[in-house]
Design a protein around this ligand. Structure first.
Ligand code: P61
Length: 470
């Protein structure tokens, strides 16, 4: 038998290879349980990957949230925690890092992203106001609704089409935004809520041209613009790569310019910022900050720790600086892209173009025979786990919840299963194993049946819902 000439990853795709800008100093063993044990664990978990024990998982692609590997510098920073209740030295390091790299004036730490979402929603939304956003995110929308706001999706239509190759599928549709302002009046708009690399759309970026235009529109009507900065560093990479005039600018410079158009931002530091726990909220206006600083002591902790230990803030300050390095971002997104390229070559339906943090399998096309009410994306997550112990996450009808008025399921156009890649954790060989498992599940797709929901919690149901096979 003759073998084809082996090719490196770069050669396969007609370019020079990149490599991770770090080497490994400490390892954490992985374990794979038997197919029979996996079948039992899946039933125990009600076919919900959120309810699996991580001991039963082989490669964990549930999320990139809080799952990154910290650097030796960050771990050294953990030893420098100043655990004072008030005025911890580490808080000032964090404040300095956010000011330097994101450019906002006032900073509050929070225990994680949703803590910051809660505060900004409570302070900046009056009951009955509208909050236009570029596609919903589960916790963001819930906090806006709990504050009495109505979320309105004003993302471009292309974002809802998994096959459309628009380079900035996270962009807002200025026409939709202007029409909302026209219809409801500027006073009825709480603020514009703009997320970088839109999670539910597949990690799709927003262009610099788009945020500049949104800023102009907001200025004309006296409306604030706040960012979800969770994956904004990754957004900056796509601007550098795809938008004319940015190829020679660093990720850090692009990030700073992007933020300069906003009045503030909330952050889940568990993603871009390379820590296992933490978040922050940043604004420029003094009055607004006064209010937020007062509220943070009710829900999170004093304004110089906001629910974090001093050591957490130190690791976060260092993580921010590491997260904006060009070679880090390039290899991080390069790894995601490598997995996407394999699956695309094998004609497995995924959201295109591949985004920043994850591969999103298009469960609608993957399981064309399973109706949306039978949870195709949840089914796919379950099948992947059964095949290889790989854990993924449903991002479809279960995640979308119910319509607050009618009580019926929200039926999102995108019915996706997310393979989320933690930063600095897995190798290229792990990506190969993942790709082969997806292919194995795809090969036997026609024999797969859907699911029925047997337990449904009231809030963010996907986290704790239970299912059984039809
Ligand atoms: C995730 F299934 N994301 O992607 P917190 N904004 C954005 C996020 O991606 C985000 C938060 C705010 C998670 C964790 C998660 O339905 C889910 O630090 C763009 O998690 O509070 C979090 O930040 C909230 C998973 C959250 C979910 C909600 O995996």
């Amino acid at each position: 038998m003759t073998h084809p000439t082996p090719l490196t990853m770069g050669q396969q795709f007609g370019r020079r290879s990149w490599a991770e800008p770090w080497k490994i100093k400490m390892v954490e063993p992985l374990r794979m349980i038997s197919p029979e044990e996996r079948a039992g664990a899946l039933v125990d978990a009600g076919f919900n990957t959120f309810l699996l024990r991580s001991d039963d998982v082989y490669i964990d692609l549930l999320t990139d949230s809080g799952t990154s590997a910290m650097s030796d510098r960050q771990w050294a920073g953990m030893m420098l925690g100043d655990e004072a209740y008030a005025g911890s030295r580490n808080f000032y390091h964090l404040e300095e890092a956010v000011r330097r790299f994101y450019g906002f004036r006032h900073i509050l730490p929070t225990h994680q992203g949703r803590g910051a979402e809660h505060l900004i929603s409570q302070v900046a939304i009056k009951a009955g106001q509208f909050v236009p956003g570029n596609m919903y995110f589960t916790t963001t929308r819930l906090h806006q609704e709990l504050a009495g706001g109505h979320f309105v999706d004003v993302i471009i239509d292309e974002a809802h089409d998994p096959e459309h190759l628009h380079p900035f599928k996270g962009n807002m549709d200025l026409g939709k935004l202007a029409a909302l302002i026209e219809r409801e009046g500027a006073a009825q708009i709480a603020y514009v809520s703009l997320a970088g690399t839109v999670n539910m759309a597949g990690g799709q970026p927003v262009s610099m041209a788009n945020i500049r235009a949104i800023r102009e529109l907001c200025d004309r009507h006296g409306i604030r613009l706040f960012l979800d900065a969770t994956r904004l560093v990754e957004n900056a990479f796509f601007i550098q790569e795809r938008e004319a005039g940015f190829a020679e600018r660093s990720i850090a410079e692009i990030l700073l310019e992007f933020c300069s158009y906003a009045d503030g931002a909330w952050m889940s530091a568990k993603k871009d910022n390379l820590v296992n726990i933490g978040g922050w909220l940043a604004v420029n206006e003094d009055d607004l900050f006064e209010e937020l600083r007062n509220l943070v002591v009710v829900y999170e902790g004093l304004h110089t720790y906001g629910g974090l230990a001093g050591r957490d803030m130190e690791a976060l300050a260092i993580g921010i600086e590491e997260s904006v390095q060009d070679d880090h971002v390039r290899s991080r997104i390069g790894q995601v892209r490598y997995l996407g390229e394999l699956l695309t070559d094998w004609e497995i339906p995924i959201v295109q173009p591949v985004g920043g943090h994850a591969i999103f399998l298009d469960a609608r096309r993957f399981y064309a025979h399973i109706p949306q009410d039978e949870f195709p994306a949840q089914t796919l997550a379950a099948e992947l786990y059964l095949d290889s112990g790989i854990r993924s996450m449903e991002r479809g009808i279960a995640s979308a919840g119910r319509d607050a008025k009618t009580g019926d399921h929200n039926r999102p156009k995108l019915e996706l299963t997310r393979l989320t890649i933690p930063r600095r954790v897995y190798t290229q060989a792990h990506m190969d194993v993942v790709a082969e498992s997806v292919k194995a599940v795809h090969d036997k797709r026609d024999a797969t049946r859907g699911l029925r929901m047997t337990y449904e919690p009231k809030y963010l149901r996907f986290f704790q819902a239970r299912f059984e096979r039809l």
